[in-house]
Structure formats: C-alpha cells, structure tokens
Write a protein that binds this ligand. Structure first.
Ligand SMILES: NC(=O)c1ccc[n+]([C@@H]2O[C@H](COP(=O)([O-])OP(=O)(O)OC[C@H]3O[C@@H](n4cnc5c(N)ncnc54)[C@H](OP(=O)(O)O)[C@@H]3O)[C@@H](O)[C@H]2O)c1
Length: 211
C-alpha cells in the first residue's frame, strides 16, 4: 500500500505529469477562453473569406489546399472552408475517397467549389507531379497563379517501421518530409498571393515523447 502511494505521489510530482496534466490542460483552457471571447478570431481571421462566400465566381474565391482531406480533421476542415467561401482543393491518395469526400461536402453545401488531386505525400515524385498538374489546372481555369492557404493535415500513426520507395520511414516521410517538400513546392504560389496567405501545420503532442 505504502509502495503504491509512493508511486502515485512520484508520478504526480513528475515533470511528465506537470507538463501533460497541468500545462497542457491550462493551455487548452486558455485557448478555449480566448476563442470564446472572440479575441483569437479577431486577431487571426482573414478578412476576405466571409466576404467572398456570397460570390459564386470561382475566380474570386480564395484557394486553399488541404492534404489528407478524405477523412477526419482534413474532411471537416474542407467542409468548413468551403462554407467560408474558399475554393477547396482536396488532396489524398485515393481517387475513390476523394470523390466520396467531395460529394459529401456537396450534399450539405451545393455552392461549394471543390477540386481534388491524387497525391501520395510519401513520394517526392508524386508531390512534384502534383505541383505541375495544379499549376496547369490554375491556367486551364483561368485562375490567378497563387494560393491563399495551405493546410498540411495529412498524417499517419505507424506502429512499426515501413520503408518507402525512397528508403525513408513512411511516417517520417508522410508527416514531416512530405509536408515540408509540398510546402517548399507551393511556396512561390503562396508568395504570389495578392491577399495575405498562410500555412497551417497540424501536429501532435506525441512528438514530445520522441527519444
Ligand atoms: N485525431 C487525433 O486525435 C489527432 C491527434 C494528434 C494529431 N493529429 C494529427 O492531425 C492530422 C489529422 O488527423 P486525423 O485523425 O483527422 O487523421 P485521419 O482521419 O487518419 O486522416 C488522415 C488523412 O491523411 C491522408 N494521408 C495519409 N497518408 C497519406 C499520404 N501518404 N499521402 C497523402 N495523404 C495521406 C489520408 O488520406 P488517404 O488515406 O485517403 O490517402 C487521410 O485523409 C494528422 O496529421 C494527425 O497526425 C490527430
């Protein structure tokens, strides 16, 4: 019994517990409070998104690219940004899942402007091929050669080492190198934006456990 109590106490006073249990909870609470006050939105929101939702013209809509848009947070983000008036470019590995994700968004919002590209972020050649086809698509659609938002959302949680064709670990390649390479490839388009552009990277607290 005494041993158990000692173990519990040493856990409670450990750095891990302080960091995850207290600081993390506090930072979550603070961000929720700031959101609630509307301060966060006022500081960071783009001024153009809501104004453009009324416009049906594809050419006038800000463009966002969302990786991993076929499920989870990516699909929810695609849905929310389409509602905000963005022209949403969904990126995923499976054509079938991309079509399904787009029709689900369309079902709830028929004004949504969507496009999809099959890209495997664990492959450098797939990323570079996407850059080319995306730029060609902008030209074909007579759209300004720029993007306003890139959401690096795609990610996997692998429990074992899986090697990609390039010899890298699949999780490192998808979650980190792929996102980096895509960002670097799209940076000129983000910088060409006549409106303020932004990159959003999704991450995880799990990285803190890395050794
Ligand atoms: N959900 C959580 O609790 C949580 C917690 C911490 C961090 N996160 C992070 O948040 C992000 C989204 O999480 P989620 O739970 O919404 O994920 P999810 O539902 O598993 O979706 C992952 C998405 O990534 C795509 N994807 C996976 N590998 C890819 C590749 N090689 N190339 C292109 N796309 C790829 C998948 O698309 P296809 O399979 O169709 O290709 C899918 O759309 C991830 O980065 C994750 O690490 C999530």
């Amino acid at each position: 019994m005494v041993k158990e109590i000692r173990r519990v106490l040493s856990f409670i006073f450990s750095i891990e517990f302080l960091r995850m249990g207290i600081f993390w909870t506090l930072s979550l609470l603070i961000s929720h409070l700031r959101l609630f006050n509307g301060r966060l939105c006022a500081r960071y929101s783009f001024t153009y998104s809501r104004q453009l939702v009324a416009s049906n013209s594809t050419a006038k809509r800000p463009i966002c690219i969302i990786t991993g848009a076929t499920s989870g947070l990516g699909a929810a983000t695609a849905h929310a940004l389409a509602k905000e008036g963005f022209l949403v470019v969904l990126v995923g590995r499976s054509g079938h899942l991309l079509t399904k994700a787009m029709s689900e968004i369309k079902k709830l919002n028929e004004d949504a402007q969507l496009e999809a590209f099959e890209v495997d972020l664990s492959s450098f050649s797939s990323i570079m091929k996407f850059k080319g086809s995306f730029q060609q698509w902008l030209l074909d659609m007579n759209l300004h050669s720029s993007i306003q938002l890139l959401v690096n959302n795609a990610g996997i949680l692998a429990t074992s080492f899986r090697e990609t064709a390039y010899g890298f670990d699949e999780m490192m390649m998808t979650n980190y190198m792929g996102a980096f390479c895509l960002t670097k490839a799209l940076l000129p388009l983000l910088m060409e934006s006549p409106l303020p552009s932004r990159i959003v990277n999704l991450s995880s607290f799990t990285h803190r456990n890395g050794r």
